[in-house]
Design a binder for this molecule. Structure first.
Ligand SMILES: Cc1cc2nc3c(=O)[nH]c(=O)nc-3n(C[C@H](O)[C@H](O)[C@H](O)COP(=O)(O)OP(=O)(O)OC[C@H]3O[C@@H](n4cnc5c(N)ncnc54)[C@H](O)[C@@H]3O)c2cc1C
Length: 283
């Protein structure tokens, strides 16, 4: 289908984008990779009066170390994340998950910020940033604010982001012992179930764990019962199997669609939690 008519503007800087967005009075939309927004516009589920292209703003993309943390700019593409040597060395779960997104064309256009803002219930990166305890850095007319990723994702396609705000990037402490495992739809590669697990291990014992699931419910969220079972236990196959066995038991609003029933998704949450934990422990 053909979208309704709209204006196209290219923002020169973050502040320029904020000003342009405010000038649309809530009728405009940011355009990053366009891989979620444009399909919605073609279906006329989204009818912005104006698109503000942020994809070429200098400084809004890139991956760097900053104050002991890793920072990924919002317009960094999934391909750039997948290829990043810095991330492979410091936090390999991030490029691992990025490499699981869609296909090469999707990864060359789709951006981290677009993925987080859109918050598709089956998107991969939301689970990863929640498991890593990342902060989402946001700027709007009122200035800067940072939101913990686990609070950012609130409900189906619903995030803590005002219509006049822009995600500038995410920051997290690097961690090698984290893994991502995903059961994907054959056509789109979106997650039927995806699990990201991050373990803090000392002397072979799990000090703490953060495990987040995507694809299974309305939005990416932690699996607290799994995390509790792992804390203080040896990082071995037996503890992992015991923790994975309860994965998803507390999940509400489990997704049901043509790809999977509730029963199947619940079963797969356990399988993919075990795999993600095994990957994390192996690192
Ligand atoms: C066929 C297909 C297969 C896909 N498979 C997968 C998959 O397997 N896994 C997966 O996770 N994803 C998948 N995707 C999604 C894709 O990877 C993109 O991440 C996603 O489309 C959003 O990123 P984008 O840069 O294209 O955002 P856009 O489409 O440009 O924007 C999406 C929304 O976010 C807003 N937005 C964009 N950037 C910002 C920002 N910095 N601050 C605030 N708001 C912003 C826009 O206004 C819009 O509302 C797939 C997409 C397609 C079309």
């Amino acid at each position: 289908m053909i979208p309704v008519e709209f204006d196209y503007e290219r923002a020169e800087s973050l502040d320029d984008a904020i000003a342009r967005l405010a000038a649309t009075g809530g009728e405009g939309k940011l355009l990053a990779g366009g891989h979620s927004l444009v399909p919605l516009m073609k279906l006329r589920l989204s009818e912005p009066s104006s698109l503000i292209d942020i994809s070429r703003i200098a400084g809004l993309s890139g991956i760097r170390e900053k104050d002991g943390k890793v920072e990924i700019g919002a317009t960094t593409t999934h391909h750039e994340v997948q290829q990043s040597e810095l991330l492979r060395r410091l936090c390999p779960v991030v490029p691992e998950a990025a490499g699981e997104i869609g296909d090469p064309q999707i990864r060359h256009k789709g951006t981290l910020g677009g993925s987080l803002a859109h918050a598709d219930p089956s998107a991969d990166m939301p689970a990863v940033v929640v498991a890593l305890g990342a902060e989402v850095h946001i700027k709007g007319p009122g200035g800067w604010r940072a939101v913990a990723a686990e609070d950012f994702f609130q409900d189906l396609f619903t995030v803590d982001l005002g219509p006049d705000e822009i995600i500038a990037g995410v920051q997290f402490r690097p961690l090698r012992s984290a893994g991502y495992a995903k059961l994907h739809q054959r056509a789109s590669h979106y997650a039927i179930v995806g699990v990201a697990a991050a373990l803090d291990v000392e002397g072979g014992v799990v000090r703490s764990a953060r495990v987040a699931v995507t694809g299974a419910s309305t939005h990416a969220q932690r699996l607290p019962n799994v995390e509790e079972l792992l804390a203080g236990r040896p990082a071995n196959a037996e503890s992992i199997a015991a923790a994975a066995a309860v994965a998803g038991d507390t999940l509400e609003d489990v997704n049901v669609d043509l790809h999977a029933s509730e029963e199947y998704r619940r079963a797969m949450v356990k399988v993919f939690t075990r795999r993600a934990l095994e990957r994390a422990a192996a690192r």
